[in-house]
Design a binder for this molecule. Structure first.
Ligand code: SF4
Length: 183
């Protein structure tokens, strides 16, 4: 698999991980958490399919970022292509990688394909979004069941202290909501 379903992407944001980052929103998610803030990304569209080399070009064209965040949709439902993309990113750049997944670490550990992404990830947030446990108290965490995993020494726990924020961007006629809206 050498293509990713890329539903949307943002060149620069500081709401989806530490520092300024490009945010890649992969489309397709079978988990369907009630209250998900990205239901428009549940389904893949064939026009969203992009070769990993093209996704790499998008990201490397952005100046002044320290990393990328991969969100969804559910990124680990495209694990093989995501591995290919992240291995190229590691080869060609020193950008850090943060991954948000609805799967828990326990579920990932039991699935070799999903687990194959982990060596390319610096920080991972795991677990379904639980509307009833929504929290805005810890940066980059949507509900209290979700956990932050530092998989490399690139970041420290102190990089993730503080509350969440929501940002509304109006670009021409299009409203984009980033961060952690109430849902
Ligand atoms: S895993 Fe993420 S994208 Fe999928 S339904 Fe849950 S919150 Fe939404």
């Amino acid at each position: 698999m050498n293509s990713l379903y890329l539903g949307d992407w943002i060149e620069k944001t500081d709401l989806e991980g530490p520092g300024l980052r490009a945010a890649l929103f992969l489309s397709g998610c079978s988990l369907r958490c009630p209250g998900c803030c990205n239901p428009h990304l549940f389904h893949r569209k064939k026009e969203q399919l992009l070769p990993v080399s093209e996704v790499l070009k998008l990201v490397t064209s952005v100046l002044g970022i320290e990393g990328i965040s991969v969100l969804g949709g559910e990124p680990l439902e495209q694990s093989l292509a995501l591995c290919n993309f992240l291995s190229l990113l590691r080869r060609d750049t020193d950008l850090s990688v943060m991954l948000y997944t609805g799967y828990t670490m326990e579920e990932i550990a039991k699935d070799k394909t999903k687990a194959s992404v982990l060596p390319f990830v610096d920080v991972l947030v795991d677990g379904r979004y639980q509307k009833e446990n929504r929290s805005s108290e810890q940066k980059f965490i949507g509900s209290t069941n979700q956990k932050l995993h530092l998989l490399t020494d690139r970041y420290q726990a102190s990089d993730f202290c503080g509350p969440n924020f929501t940002e509304f961007r109006l670009n021409k006629q299009e409203l984009r909501i980033l961060g952690y809206p109430v849902s």
